[in-house]
Design a protein around this ligand. Structure first.
Ligand code: GLN
Length: 258
């Protein structure tokens, strides 16, 4: 009887100790694993979607991705770069996410997965303020058109270069492209309507918008194709929550007014 009691006590103690051991190991394991910080590619200069004010990045895209990360409880780090470098950086595993006024296109869908659309944009032609001869895309014949590398605007110009009889010159960022037309080095440029209308409203760039929008691009948040389903779900859920609770409208209002 006494023997049995000792044995069972020993057994209970052994089980207890080993249970403690696994718990400790588990906790230690969890602590050691660093929390994933998702690297988010953003365009360097693309107001009102992303821009630097002092040392801080601001804009619709910046506020949206921060609010989504907060809502869905994940951590992010911004990586500003030229737009043309964003998809290649994703493919090289240097970025997990991109939010850069990036239009959802069939071509891009081959390499990235997009969130639900979060903004309606579309391309437009922009010329020097004094230009009265360019009213539609047909008037660009024989002209030099400035575009930004890797954009839907660049693709539109290149795809239609022969048909429209235009010469295409490429720039790394939007301000450089605006400058080129303001200087008279190029005759026109192609840019997203909300971006150029915001830029013109902010500052007299010596430029004006002409003609109808060339297409109906919509912006989406991109993750690398087939590798980030959980993250994409979080982004879509977060976006839906922000639209529901009014945060999305508030962000848009901050930059674009009513
Ligand atoms: N919306 C355009 C595109 O996706 C331009 C984006 C940008 O210049 N940041 O190509």
């Amino acid at each position: 009887m006494k023997k049995l009691g000792l044995l069972s006590m020993f057994l209970i103690l052994t089980i207890f100790i080993s249970a403690c051991g696994t718990n400790e190991e588990k906790n230690a394991g969890e602590e050691k694993k660093p929390e994933k910080v998702y690297k988010v590619g953003v365009d360097t200069t693309y107001p009102p979607f992303e821009f630097k004010e002092g040392n801080e990045y601001k804009g619709i895209d910046i506020e949206l991705i921060n609010a989504i990360a907060k809502d869905q409880d994940f951590k992010i780090k911004l990586s500003p770069m030229d737009f043309g470098g964003i998809i290649p950086a994703m493919q090289a595993n240097q970025l997990d996410v991109a939010i850069a006024g990036m239009s959802i296109t069939e071509e891009r869908k081959k390499v990235v997965d997009f969130s639900t659309p979060y903004f309606d944009a579309g391309l437009t032609i922009v010329v020097k303020k004094e230009n009265t001869s360019t009213k539609t895309v047909k008037d660009l014949k024989g002209k030099t058109i400035a575009v930004k590398k890797g954009t839907t605007g660049a693709k539109y110009a290149q795809d239609n270069a022969t048909k429209l009889g235009i010469k295409v010159v490429q720039f790394n960022d939007s301000p450089a492209m605006f400058q080129e037309v303001a200087n008279g080095n190029a005759d026109a440029l192609i840019e997203d309507y909300p971006v150029i209308s915001y830029a013109i409203a902010q500052k007299d760039l010596g430029l004006k918008i002409v003609g109808d929008r060339l297409n109906g691009d919509q912006y989406g948040i991109a993750v690398l194709k087939g590798q980030n389903e959980d993250l994409l779900k979080k982004i879509n859920d977060g976006l839906a929550n922000l639209k529901k609770d009014g945060t999305y409208d508030e962000i848009i209002k901050t930059y674009l007014g009513e």
